[in-house]
Design a protein around this ligand. Structure first.
Ligand code: ADP
Ligand code: MG
Length: 567
């Protein structure tokens, strides 16, 4: 194997030559402390940056095994190293020429602790995958700068960010223990018959709509009402108390601007663990919770929305409903049915993003527009059947209608950002002021029909290129000639999740779509493969920017692919 000196000399030698001469540096180099693998070299200074891998033997990095013995701990440590690497790069690297020249970077992360391909820790070594913009002026190689980056900056980053001795041992321990406790709570939720837990003293509000870090001043910490308080005896922190939202139907009420949506948002993201300092470290939700909203304009392919929508004008079928431009109510119905199709146990709905005519139909409207003339059976008439027949709970933010008091098991009022248990009061009001609605939900919820996606309807190719996929932030996947719009899929938090999802669609197509497997079967196979073999099975070459996703978000992407066909 060549060493760092060979690399250094070679880079000086190709100084001022055409950019293509960089291609030769692909390969492995032995540095004194680690191995540097140049996995992929970019074609020009404006292309996606080059892909590199560092492997540091554990004998050099010296992380105590206790920090990575279990899945929870290992993922927390890996996450910590990615953040550390990122910080050190910010300090060291600077633009040194054209395009992305001179930048050393790693996958972009937010507040969540997630399994990512950028870092792997085991007994043998630490592996970090990252990106380098190989420097150029115009299109000619800046050899000296490249040598500096690869042979000086990178060893410095390794020194400062990837060796245990150089790091804050206390901070690592906190991250590892916090993650372990949160995972432990998540596992215990069912036992306590609750769907989500919000620890006392959690900080739920964020700095702004575009900054998801905790509000630092003037926030009111969360405090559970006594009647709904539960406690967990966690492995590291010991006793943690907070609000446990019971299984069943929960309505969150309260005046405008009193913190309802902020609470629901925290619950939505409680499917993930959060870094220490986030404020939501111990907001922990059922891992199958799915946020449901209206999403007019989306495409829907062959979904049986008949539990909610029947007898459309022009005799359009609703047990096999397709639309290229769904309405608010049909899109919300499809979002629910699709989540049920792949096994959600908890639906999360916020009135701010729901279709009113899907949520309620009051007595007066029932009198004016007969049931026969209204295709929609409102959610209020199906919400109990969902729980009794399918065991699916719902948490609903609803400040605008008391009709839901009749069907709720728990009613929580947010007042000045604090929760109160107003279940009894709401039930009393429901008795004393009957709404006189007719129940429209029928005998049962209705059938959930799993669909069979047809492999030939999924095509990632574009023109002469075999596979063309690209992602934009957390909102869009360009898949072949199609754009998949995921703006309304609110539980995707990193663009690395979208990259992995795009690869997983191709993997699922090639491996499990055979015109017989149903969508839930296909996704179960894919998730089991990822779980047992890692995200790397999704691609031919090692990727540094894949981040773990849930089957619900993978389903969401497939469901929004406009070319999708089912029999
Ligand atoms: P609602 O949905 O009830 O209308 P929101 O959840 O949108 O209210 O909250 C309104 C505002 O109050 C938001 O700007 C939010 O960041 C802020 N907020 C929410 N919870 C708290 C809290 N505990 N302390 C301080 N501010 C909060
Ligand atoms: Mg709101």
């Amino acid at each position: 194997m060549m060493d760092n000196q060979d690399l250094y000399n070679h880079l000086l030698k190709i100084d001022a030559r055409g950019y293509k001469a960089y291609k030769d540096i692909k390969g492995s180099y032995q540095f004194p402390d680690f191995t540097l693998i140049i996995e992929h070299v970019q074609g020009d200074p404006f292309a996606s940056p080059s892909k590199l891998i560092i492997k540091i033997p554990q004998a050099v990095a010296k992380f105590p095994a206790i920090l990575y013995q279990t899945d929870s701990r290992r993922i927390a440590l890996e996450d910590y190293l990615i953040r550390q690497f990122h910080q050190t790069c910010e300090q060291l690297s600077s633009r040194r020429g054209t395009g992305k020249s001179g930048l050393i970077s790693i996958v972009k992360v937010g507040q969540e602790i997630l399994k990512r391909t950028a870092a792997t820790v085991n007994n043998k070594e630490i592996e970090i995958r990252f990106f380098v913009g190989l420097p150029a002026r115009g299109r000619s190689i800046l050899g000296r700068q490249a040598a500096q980056m690869l042979c000086e900056d990178i060893p410095n980053i390794v020194e400062q960010a990837l060796k245990y001795q150089a790091l804050d041992a206390k901070a690592i321990q906190t991250q590892v223990q916090t993650t372990e406790d949160a995972d432990w709570i998540r596992q215990e939720l069912k036992e306590k018959r609750i769907v989500t837990f919000i620890a006392n003293n959690s900080i739920l509000p964020r700095q702004s709509g575009v900054d998801s870090r905790a509000l630092e001043t003037n926030y009111i910490p969360f405090q559970s009402p006594k009647s709904l308080e539960v406690s967990f005896n966690c492995p590291n922190q010991g006793l943690i108390k907070g609000l446990g939202i019971p299984q069943g139907i929960t309505v969150i009420v309260g005046g405008g601007y009193h913190g309802k949506s902020t609470l629901l948002r925290a619950i939505e993201l409680g499917i993930y663990n959060h870094i220490p300092g986030d404020g939501r470290e111990f907001v922990v939700s059922d891992p199958s919770s799915v946020k449901i909203r209206a999403e007019d304009g989306r495409s829907i392919v062959g979904v049986n929305i008949s539990p909610f929508i029947n007898q459309l004008p022009q005799q359009r079928s609703t047990d096999h409903f397709s639309s290229t431009n769904a309405s608010g109510s049909t899109s919300q119905a499809a979002n629910i049915i699709e989540a049920l199709e792949v096994g959600t146990q908890v639906l999360l709905v916020d009135e701010d993003t729901a279709a009113t005519n899907f949520m309620i139909r009051d007595r007066r409207m029932q009198q004016l527009i007969a049931k026969e003339k209204e295709p929609i059976t409102p959610f209020i008439d199906k919400i109990q059947q969902l729980y009794t027949e399918y065991g699916v709970s719902t948490i609903l933010v609803m400040g605008g209608s008391g009709d839901y008091f009749d069907v709720a098991n728990t009613v929580i009022a947010m007042e000045n950002f604090q929760p109160h248990d107003v279940t009894e009061k709401a039930k009393l009001i429901a008795q004393q002021t009957p709404n006189e609605r007719l129940i429209e939900g029928g005998q049962e919820f209705g059938k959930i029909t799993p669909r069979i996606p047809l492999p030939e309807s999924i095509d990632p190719s574009r023109g002469r290129r075999d596979v063309k996929v690209k992602v934009r932030d957390v909102d869009e996947v360009v898949f072949g000639t199609e754009d998949i719009d995921l703006t309304a899929v609110e539980q995707i938090v990193e663009s690395g999740q979208l990259r992995a999802i795009a690869a997983a669609i191709i993997y699922a197509k090639n491996k499990y779509m055979n015109r017989q497997n149903t969508l839930p079967e296909i996704l179960a196979h894919v998730m089991i493969d990822i779980d047992s073999k890692g995200l790397d099975i999704l691609s031919e070459f090692p990727q540094g920017d894949f981040v773990l996703f849930r089957r619900f978000e993978l389903a969401a992407a497939l469901n929004r692919l406009r070319s999708l066909k089912v029999p």
